[in-house]
Design a binder for this molecule. Structure first.
Ligand code: IPE
Ligand code: IPE
Ligand code: MG
Length: 246
């Protein structure tokens, strides 16, 4: 099911702080899908879509932060994305490397705490170390930006359970699992936005999405702009969240 807001009905950017506050949205998550198709439609190699996708991502994070959303999570690379051609994987990792360097340089002016979700072992020692370093130097910042990288929700849940076994637990609670997931520093996402037209979660935040509102749009991620973000939050603000109650 797709949600299409008439563009003329959308609120202005200046109204978004109030809409965000009134809606109660604290955590928004993005499944940034459609980079490859965006590029192919323009006759470009798939990699070109990832480059423009990074720009769309930075723009969305800045807007979310300015409007008062305190946690943003983004799906950058899944445990299944290793099936892609080596050249595409290399380009995604290169873009990440550049992104991390810029995030380091901008640390004084932006107040973002970076957290990478996923097992860093497969990233290679150099990139893994850069991720750890960025996490470390930004750890006292208040706005959380989770970047899911080599992330899979099943892998995350299995790792959490294995950590609990290693701690000697014989019986576990839901809280035990939540507090051992990669997302342990964050509340559950209020809204998960997936671009690119597919209506599935693709192994993203399976535990944490228990009561998340889901929003699917056929907009391809590189085209995800301020208007698209506003449309998704406005749709969220109209949802009635009952959590199983009445
Ligand atoms: C999402 O875009 C980005 C990553 C998975 C890294 P895709 O690369 O999946 O783009 P499409 O879905 O093939 O168009
Ligand atoms: C989901 O997109 C993963 C990311 C956005 C990083 P995919 O393109 O990998 O998902 P599927 O293969 O369409 O399910
Ligand atoms: Mg895809």
């Amino acid at each position: 099911m797709f949600f299409k807001q008439k563009k003329t009905d959308l609120p202005k950017k200046d109204d978004m702080k109030k809409i965000v506050a009134d809606s109660g949205i604290k955590h928004i998550a993005f499944i940034m899908d459609g980079n490859g198709r965006w590029a192919r439609a323009k006759g470009l190699p798939r990699e070109a879509g990832h480059g423009v996708g990074v720009k769309a991502f930075k723009n969305a994070v800045t807007l979310c932060r300015d409007w008062g959303i305190t946690t943003v999570t983004t799906y950058a690379f899944s445990t299944e994305n290793w099936k892609r051609p080596p050249q595409e994987i290399r380009e995604i990792m290169r873009l990440l490397d550049v992104y991390i360097k810029e995030a380091e340089d901008d640390n004084d002016k932006n107040r973002i705490r970076y957290i990478f979700l996923g097992n860093k072992d497969r990233l290679g020692e150099e990139l893994a170390e850069k991720c750890r370093y960025l996490e470390n130097i930004t750890k006292d910042n208040s706005l959380i930006l989770n970047i899911a990288l080599n992330y899979g929700a099943r892998d995350e849940i299995v790792s959490a359970v294995n950590s609990l076994i290693a701690e000697g637990k014989a019986e576990i609670t839901e809280e035990d699992i939540s507090s051992h997931l990669y997302t342990r520093e964050s509340c559950d996402p209020d809204l998960i936005v997936r671009t690119g037209g597919e209506i599935r979660l693709s192994n993203f935040l399976l535990w944490q999405s228990q009561y998340s509102e889901l929003y699917f749009t056929d907009c391809l991620w590189p085209d995800f702009n301020e208007e698209e973000l506003i449309a998704s939050i406005v749709e969220f603000s109209k949802r009635k969240r009952r959590y199983g109650g009445v």
